[in-house]
Design a binder for this molecule. Structure first.
Ligand code: P5A
Length: 440
């Protein structure tokens, strides 16, 4: 992508409305734009990162055996009247009427709708277990939307829903998502700690929030500090192994970890003082087991091996991609801007032409841009006629992991400079070596 043809409206000044660093940097880098309170557009740079985040989430959901579908954002109130949540949900739910005066709503979550899909076609235990997910916009009319897309009113959610014949089966489904979440957040460059949490309006009595430790987090959390160093389940994890996944769950729940709503001061005080971590955190995921809370009132049942009908045991599993993007920035930035982990960086490398219009600089940059693009790298080429200082500041701000800098003096020697955004280390090398560094 040539920067001269891209749309990346950089802000020079710090936006006043931004209280935390991720919000400030997302606005400054031209990733998002607020359209009304708590409702955002994702501009091209932001959209690229969000897509990468979603693809990692999708990859790990698929690996764990979940199946993707797509459900609408607008839902009929009828389904919610069946479950009893239409009245219970309160003011967070945006209620709308269509032209026939039928009550509709902008979905804050999809337990009812997916239960309806399930009951219309699944009749036998032989079709279980089943886990269906989608990545879709939600709306919650939050009292206090803030911090940009960290807590917005319209936001994206990956929501998965599992169906099992028995409680034991449902526990295995829960453990699959538990392990998938550990892998997902690790691939996003984050350390997320599962903590016992309150189930709120989703219901049930078993749930874990996945929390990123960060000073700007909205949640107050308490845990054993060893979680910070625990091993993440590997790529070859067998998601069909009941014992294997139970062992992962048991290990990751063996030490104290709870959000403030579930905090047990006495149990926490039993942790040796030097091993206690009392901190703030960002909730990036939340998983629930709620048994037959929706299947019973909505009549979602299957015939079991005993020939009798059984209400299915369900769980639901949420991740907030539009919250994850700022959470990643909170965890990875410096005074100059964002430092993206390679897995979600909007570009792999930025080529900076320090003197656009200079034949040698132009030729060198074009050569590198073409070679890296041909090798499948996502390259941003800063071909604008901005001052070199502005270009460096922009490249640092948008956090692309590597910069290839072509200035007249180095180019005259057949060389360019390669800068590592994270460490700041700069290395001068031949043009060919710079290309090989990214292609090899
Ligand atoms: C689980 C999937 C649920 O809604 N139903 C379907 C369950 N859980 S939850 O905890 O309420 O939300 C899941 C995740 O969505 C993100 N999230 C938000 N992100 C940005 N702005 C918001 N206002 C917001 N509300 C929830 C969080 O990452 C949460 O863990």
């Amino acid at each position: 992508m040539r920067l001269s043809r891209f749309f990346m409206p950089i802000l020079k000044e710090n936006p006043k409305e931004a209280e935390i660093v991720s919000h400030r940097l997302m606005l400054r880098a031209g990733m998002i734009r607020q359209q009304s309170q708590g409702i955002y557009s994702w501009l091209p740079l932001g959209k690229k990162v969000l897509d990468k985040v979603n693809n990692i989430i999708r990859d790990e959901q698929n690996r764990a055996g979940a199946i993707e579908l797509s459900m609408p954002t607008l839902q009929s109130a009828e389904l919610w009247q069946e479950s009893g949540r239409y009245d219970a949900y309160g003011k967070e739910m945006l209620r709308i009427k269509d032209r026939q005066d039928r009550p509709m709503l902008y979905g804050p979550t999809n337990e009812e709708m997916v239960t309806d899909i399930f009951r219309s076609s699944v009749k036998s235990y032989k079709d279980l277990p089943l886990n269906l997910y989608h990545i879709q916009l939600k709306f919650r009319d939050e009292i206090r939307p803030r911090f940009g897309t960290m807590r917005s009113r319209e936001f994206m959610m990956k929501d998965a829903y599992s169906f099992d014949l028995t409680r034991e089966g449902a526990e295995h489904s829960y453990n699959k998502m538990f392990a998938a979440y550990l892998r997902t957040f690790d691939r996003l460059g984050l350390r997320a700690i599962p903590m016992r949490a309150d189930t709120g309006p989703i219901g049930g009595n078993l749930s874990h929030e996945f929390i990123i430790l960060a000073d700007t987090g909205e949640s107050e959390v308490f845990c054993h500090k060893d979680f910070v160093g625990f091993d993440i389940p590997g790529e070859n994890t067998d998601f069909d192994s009941v014992e294997g996944l139970k062992a992962i769950f048991d290990k990751w729940t063996s030490l104290y970890a709870a959000t403030s709503e579930m905090h047990d001061e006495a149990a926490f005080n039993a942790v040796p003082e030097g091993e206690r971590l009392s901190a703030r955190g960002i909730e990036v995921g939340h998983i629930f087991y709620f048994g037959t809370k929706y299947s019973e009132p909505m009549g979602a049942k299957v015939q079991g091996p005993d020939g009798k009908e059984h209400f299915v045991h369900m769980g639901s599993y949420g991740i907030g991609p539009t919250r994850l993007v700022p959470a990643i920035i909170e965890a990875s930035h410096d005074d100059n801007g964002i430092i993206w982990p390679a897995s979600v960086a909007p570009f792999d490398v930025v080529v900076i032409n320090m003197k656009a219009g200079d034949q040698a600089c132009d030729d060198t940059c074009e050569l590198i841009y073409a070679a890296l693009s041909k090798a499948g790298k996502d390259v941003l080429y800063d071909d604008t006629d901005d001052r070199a200082g502005t270009k460096f500041a922009t490249a640092d701000l948008i956090g692309v992991p590597f910069q290839i800098i072509a200035g007249p003096r180095a180019v005259a020697n057949g060389e360019v400079e390669v800068k590592d955004r994270k460490t700041g280390a700069r290395e001068t090398m031949t043009i060919e070596a710079a290309i090989n560094r990214f292609v090899a």
